[in-house]
Design a protein around this ligand. Structure first.
Ligand code: ASC
Length: 128
């Protein structure tokens, strides 16, 4: 269990930090900002799929106060928030599957869907 709400906030933010780094590197490869490396892309996709399972647990009751960008709506609209988190996890899992193949178009599509999940949740539940 988390020691307190600060601990839960730190936990989920740590996961998001790791997700953003790994996902960002994949985006750089797909955009051609850096050379595409299939093994690296696959490893990063697997990281994101695993990491995507983590942050949800950190959104404990009362953790809308303090050092967080999460809006109170996360808790007042919990069912929708939970559904969006689940969709993100599913999309990240599909991206990891696409990354096992050699179809870069499929990787791009799965990457785009995952990015939409990120943004779809941020637009509604994250302070800007
Ligand atoms: C990222 C990142 C996000 C998402 C989002 C996708 O790389 O840090 O928050 O992608 O911008 O639209």
């Amino acid at each position: 269990n988390f020691k307190n709400t600060d601990h839960a906030i730190k936990y989920r933010q740590s996961a998001f930090t790791l997700i953003a780094y790994n996902f960002g590197d994949m985006g750089a490869m797909l955009k051609g900002d850096k050379e595409f490396n299939a093994a690296t892309f696959k490893a990063r996709a697997e990281n994101v799929a695993a990491l995507a399972k983590l942050p949800h647990e950190g959104f404990i009751a009362g953790s809308d106060k303090g050092n967080t960008e999460a809006l109170a709506k996360v808790w007042s609209d919990k069912a929708d928030f939970d559904a969006k988190m689940l969709e993100f996890k599913d999309n990240a899992a599909k991206l990891a599957v696409a990354a096992q193949g050699d179809d870069q178009r499929a990787m791009k599509a799965a990457f785009g869907a995952t990015g939409k999940s990120c943004k779809g949740c941020h637009d509604v539940y994250k302070k800007d």
